[in-house]
Design a protein around this ligand. Structure first.
Ligand code: NAP
Length: 288
């Protein structure tokens, strides 16, 4: 492949729109058959501006797809015990089908303990250890939304992963770690990189697929991208900048996600699809 070639963009808006359309049709069918529409509870602790925006965006997308949302804005002073109580209450509320705890919740909250208070059948954001284990063993359950969205994006662009070397940069519980497990399930050979990785550029240079999930603007340099690689940039930094140096990476990659418009829309689409699936299963509706 010529080094002056420009990569094809891995647009996420089109595939996301198709997922949302399907979720909306299913939500409408649930309403018609049960008289109730799917409901996502969103829980926010404090008023972090980025988190407020994310939750607002997710609720707006829900509304457009015929999914109700119930928002709980808790004060920044909320304790872990109070948050757990709230989540346990929502887990038992039959009118709520999915629960999203927006994170980060603040340094004083034991986030892991809070996530575990979400009932697995309502864990539409795929954050509990039970959901993670189910995903790892390829058992039924909800996947973490961004990793799930990345896999659906790869599928939409016909990327064959079997035998490919995938470098996942980042190992968070909601993104890096699960996306690595999902790539492994598709027979990729996966290398996890993180802040202590000795030679990140060297590993990226060997990778057929790079997933950047760090939160450091332009950490992945274009010159390190293997010619012909597939580059997924999940990073989102101030100023609409990803974790990959897009302008140089696109001269070497075969496929590359734009930021924004790549991974972001897929994440929300998976959240909506999983909320509708959760409602269908709780209300006893078979999928067609
Ligand atoms: P996180 O919890 O802060 O994890 C960041 C990871 O990057 C950690 O594993 C960390 O390593 C690693 N890291 C930090 N500096 C590094 C370096 N210099 N070299 C290699 N690895 C390094 O972040 P996150 O929640 O996974 O999110 C990551 C990015 O994705 C952020 O930009 C976030 O905004 C974005 N995001 C986007 C979406 C979406 O829908 N598009 C959804 C979620 C997150 P250690 O483990 O060693 O600390």
């Amino acid at each position: 492949m010529s080094l002056t070639q420009t990569a094809r963009l891995m647009d996420g808006t089109g595939p996301a729109a198709r997922i949302v359309e399907e979720a909306a049709a299913q939500a409408a069918e649930i309403s018609r058959r049960t008289g109730t529409s799917p409901c996502l509870a969103t829980v926010l602790v404090g008023e972090d501006p980025a988190s407020v925006t994310y939750v607002r965006m997710k609720r707006a997308r829900c509304a457009k797809a015929g999914i109700r949302s119930r928002h709980l804005a808790l004060p920044a002073t909320t304790t872990t015990a109070e948050l757990i109580d709230t989540l346990a209450g929502l887990s038992e509320d039959p009118d709520v089908h999915g629960i999203l705890l927006q994170h980060p919740c603040g340094p004083h909250i034991d986030e892991r303990a809070a996530f575990e208070a979400i009932a697995p059948q309502k864990d539409v954001d795929g954050v509990t250890t039970r959901s993670f284990a189910a995903m790892s063993f390829a058992l039924p359950g909800f996947v973490s939304c961004t990793p799930g969205g990345i896999m659906r994006l790869l599928e939409a662009h016909d990327v064959d992963l079997a035998g490919k070397h995938a470098a996942v940069v980042g190992r968070s519980a909601i993104l890096g770690k699960p996306v690595g497990m999902l790539l492994l399930a598709k027979d990729a050979t996966v290398t996890y990189c993180h802040s202590r990785t000795a030679d990140l550029p060297g590993i990226v240079r060997e990778a057929d697929v790079v997933v950047a999930a760090v939160g450091r603007p332009r950490l992945i340099r274009g010159e390190d991208v293997k010619p012909g690689a597939v580059v997924i940039d999940a990073g989102y930094n101030p100023g609409n900048v990803g974790d990959v140096d897009f302008d140089t990476a696109r001269t070497r990659a075969r496929l590359i996600t734009p930021v924004p418009g790549g991974v972001g829309p897929m994440t929300i689409a998976v959240l909506l699809a999983q909320t509708v699936d959760a409602a269908a299963s709780q209300l006893g509706i078979q999928r067609h």
